[in-house]
Design a protein around this ligand. Structure first.
Ligand SMILES: C[S@@+](CC[C@H](N)C(=O)[O-])C[C@H]1O[C@@H](n2cnc3c(N)ncnc32)[C@H](O)[C@@H]1O
Length: 317
C-alpha cells in the first residue's frame, strides 16, 4: 500500500534525506531528525556509513559481472545512487527502484526522465513480493532467469526478525544461481538506543535485530567476505577487519550470494560484532548460512579473524 504524502508528519525517507544533507525535507522531518540527533549525535555519520557501504557493495557486485539490480526501498536520490555506483563499473547496467513513498517515487521518476535508459521506478510495497515481481516495469527490465542483485538497505529493521527473515528468503528463492543480495539494518542496545527507537516511532516502528537474527536474513546464501560486519568495516577483498569501539548504535551489513557461478567458494567466515563477540561458521563443507543442520559457535575475539575466498588468505592473529 502506498504511503500518503503529508508534510505535517515526519517521514523516514525525508528524515534520512535531512541527515544526508538533502533538501527534500520539511519542518516536521527536520524536527524529528534534530531530536534523534540530540539523543544519538553519531546518527548522521551512521547513515553516511550505510550509504557508502551500499555504494562499495554495489560496485563490488558489478565487478563480479552482475548487470541488473533491484533496489527495494532506495530512499530519496543521493549520490552515489545504486545506478551511479553500478554504472561506474558497467555502463549498461539495468536498475529497478521500488519504493512506497510517493515523494521518493516522484524524485526518482524525475531523475529517470533526465535520461537514464535502463533505470525504472516502481511504486510498490516491498512486503508484497509477488506484486513487486509481476509489475510490468520490473518484469520488462529485469530478467530473473539471469543473475541479478537485490538490495534491501535499511528497510528490514521495519519488520520483526521473523518477518524480515521470511521476506528476505522469499526474494532470495526467486533469484538465479550466481545472484547477490545486499542487506543492511540499523540497530542498537541500551538506554540510548531504547530512547532513540521510541522517538523514531513518530515516523516508523523499528526493530533492533541482533547479529544472530541478521544472519538469519541470509539463509540459503553464501556470505561474501569479509562477512557480516558494521558498515564502516566492510571493505571488499580485505583480509583484516578494522576493530571499532562499542557504541549504542550501529549499522549491520552484509552481502550474500545465491550458490552457483561465477563467484568462488567461501571457507571460514567471521561475523564481527562491535563488542568483539564473533560468530564463526565452522562447517567448511556447508558454506551457506546455516539452517538447523549447520554448526555455529560463538567466540569472544580479542581481534577479528577473516578467512577469505580462494586464493585462501591467512587469517590475522
Ligand atoms: C531508511 S530509508 C533507506 C534508504 C536506502 N535504502 C538506504 O539504505 O540508505 C527507507 C526507504 O525504504 C522505503 N520503505 C520503507 N518501507 C517500505 C515498504 N514496505 N515498501 C516500499 N518501500 C519502503 C521508505 O519509503 C524509504 O524510502
Amino acid at each position: 500500500m502506498a504511503q500518503q504524502f503529508d508534510t505535517s508528519v515526519p517521514n523516514i525517507a525525508r528524515v534520512y534525506d535531512y541527515w544526508l544533507g538533502g533538501k527534500d525535507n520539511f519542518a516536521a522531518d527536520r524536527e524529528l531528525a534534530a531530536q534523534l540527533t540530540a539523543v544519538y549525535p553519531p546518527i548522521a555519520q551512521m547513515i553516511w556509513d550505510n550509504r557508502q557501504f551500499l555504494a562499495r557493495a554495489v560496485g563490488w557486485v558489478a565487478r563480479q559481472g552482475i548487470s541488473q539490480f533491484i533496489d527495494l526501498g532506495p530512499g530519496l536520490p543521493t549520490s552515489p545512487s545504486t545506478h551511479e555506483a553500478a554504472r561506474a563499473v558497467r555502463s549498461g547496467t539495468t536498475v529497478a527502484y521500488v519504493d512506497f513513498d510517493p515523494l521518493v517515487v516522484s524524485h526518482l521518476d524525475a531523475l529517470v526522465a533526465k535520461g537514464q535508459d535502463g533505470v525504472v521506478v516502481m511504486a510498490a510495497d516491498l512486503r508484497d513480493r509477488d506484486a513487486v515481481l509481476s509489475a510490468p516495469d520490473l518484469a520488462g527490465h529485469i530478467d530473473l532467469s539471469r543473475p541479478a542483485c537485490l538490495i534491501m538497505g535499511a528497510v528490514l529493521h521495519f519488520l520483526d526478525a521473523e518477518a524480515a527473515a521470511e521476506l528476505a528468503a522469499s526474494y532470495t528463492q526467486i533469484l538465479a544461481p550466481g545472484s547477490y543480495v545486499i542487506l543492511t539494518v540499523g540497530r542498537g542496545d541500551g538506554e540510548v538506543a531504547d530512547r532513540f527507537f521510541s522517538m523514531y516511532r513518530a515516523a516508523a516502528s523499528m526493530h533492533s535485530h541482533s547479529v544472530e537474527q541478521f544472519a538469519t536474513f541470509f539463509e540459503g546464501l553464501e556470505i561474501v567476505p569479509p562477512g557480516l560486519l558494521l558498515a564502516e568495516q566492510w571493505q571488499p577483498d580485505q583480509q583484516h577487519v578494522r576493530p571499532v569501539p562499542k557504541r549504542p548504535g550501529e549499522v549491520l551489513v552484509g552481502v550474500g550470494k545465491v550458490p552457483g557461478p561465477p563467484h568462488g567458494v567461501l571457507a571460514e567466515m567471521t561475523i564481527q560484532r562491535m563488542d568483539n563477540v564473533a560468530i564463526v561458521v565452522d562447517d567448511l563443507d556447508a558454506p551457506t548460512v546455516p539452517n538447523s543442520s549447520a554448526r555455529w559457535h560463538s567466540t569472544r575475539a580479542s581481534s577479528c579473524s577473516v578467512t577469505s575466498a580462494a586464493p585462501r588468505a591467512s587469517s590475522s592473529p
